[in-house]
Write a protein that binds this ligand. Structure first.
Ligand SMILES: Cc1ncc(C[n+]2csc(CCOP(=O)(O)OP(=O)(O)O)c2C)c(N)n1
Ligand code: SF4
Ligand SMILES: [Mg+2]
Length: 299
């Protein structure tokens, strides 16, 4: 039964009085309140009850995105009606329920084909996808590699918690060697992928990493990704505080790269993303302009 496998959410939700009601969740954040004609943060909230674990950093990603979009719309850099948010299956995928924008919830690992299809059909759209490490690095890995290779003009934000969180914390492709879970009771035997190295070698033209706990930093990276023409990959470190709480580990290690560092040197980017994890750099590692798939398609 198809309706048991997927949730379709492909409609433009009109902004009504109802939607302007502040969402009671702490994810709401404050409105920008810059004038009667400007969009406020509340416009992007929905009535859906937030069901993430209390304190889950997914909420910080949600706030970062609402802030990023509110600013971009008010600065006339994007039109809200042209924005489509796609989501995979997992804890991360609930984000589309909490965003009052055009949205589409896909099958597990299959949001990228939906994103590329929408962009091909209407190149004016700004396409953003929220995916999990399991969603894009396990089930959907082939789609990720090919979207990077063909430089589709889409933006992929990975909620990187290094586990299959929704299904209770089993090891996935990004779990560290030795990680103990229900599926790996004696510790994972495998080394994880380095997702940034993977997409750099596949051809991504915008590659960045951020930390969910840094809401302003994440907002800026999201805005830069959306502004980039081509395949943008943003790895958002998002500790799963219930099944794999890495907050202390990352809080001590993350640091921002110097923004003035050259971003068009693939070799330098490859070296940087392979730095050992005594320190974890955040920022844009790589950004270059190349023809996009859709430009080639409509030439
Ligand atoms: C094809 C398919 N395989 C497996 C599942 C079961 N499943 C649902 S969510 C999930 C884990 C998702 O992990 P991730 O993408 O990392 O998202 P997170 O929950 O960590 O945000 C799995 C394995 C499914 N729904 N569909
Ligand atoms: S299980 Fe983990 S990722 Fe999912 S909502 Fe809870 S803390 Fe967040
Ligand atoms: Mg995950």
């Amino acid at each position: 039964m198809p309706h048991l496998l997927t949730r379709w959410n492909w409609q433009r939700k009109l902004i009504t009085e109802h939607d302007l009601t502040p969402n009671p969740s702490p994810c709401q954040g404050e409105g920008l309140g810059r004038g009667p004609n400007e969009m406020e943060l509340q416009n992007l909230a929905t009535k859906a009850k937030i069901t993430w674990c209390p304190g889950c950093p997914n909420s910080q990603i949600l706030v970062s995105f609402r802030k990023a979009v509110t600013e971009l719309v008010n600065e006339n850099k994007i039109k809200l009606e042209n924005l489509v948010a796609f989501a995979g299956i997992g804890c991360h995928g609930k984000i589309s329920d909490y965003l009052n924008v055009n949205s589409f919830t896909s099958l597990h690992g299959r949001l990228i084909p939906a994103m590329t299809g929408a962009k091909c059909a209407n190149p004016q759209l700004s396409i953003v996808g929220f995916s999990g490490d399991g969603d894009s690095m396990d089930e959907g890995l082939e789609h990720l590699v090919h979207a990077a290779k063909r430089n589709s003009d889409i933006n992929l934000f990975i909620h990187d918690n290094r586990v299959f969180a929704l299904t209770t914390g089993q090891a996935d492709a990004l779990s560290p060697k030795g990680y103990k879970s229900k599926s790996t009771p004696f510790g994972s035997l495998e080394e994880p992928f380095n997702p940034l190295l993977l997409v750099l070698s596949a051809g991504a033209t915008f590659v960045a990493r951020t930390y969910a706990g840094d809401i302003e930093g994440t907002k800026k990276i999201m805005q830069a990704a959306i502004a980039h023409k081509g395949f943008s990959f943003v790895d958002i470190i998002q500790p799963c505080i219930t099944f794999f709480d890495t907050r202390d580990y990352f809080k001590e290690r993350v640091y921002w790269l110097d923004e003035n560092l050259t971003k068009n040197d693939l070799g330098a980017a490859i070296n940087k993303v392979q730095e050992k994890e005594e320190k974890v750099p955040l920022g844009i590692f790589y950004q270059v302009e190349k023809p996009t798939f859709e430009e080639e398609l409509y030439k």
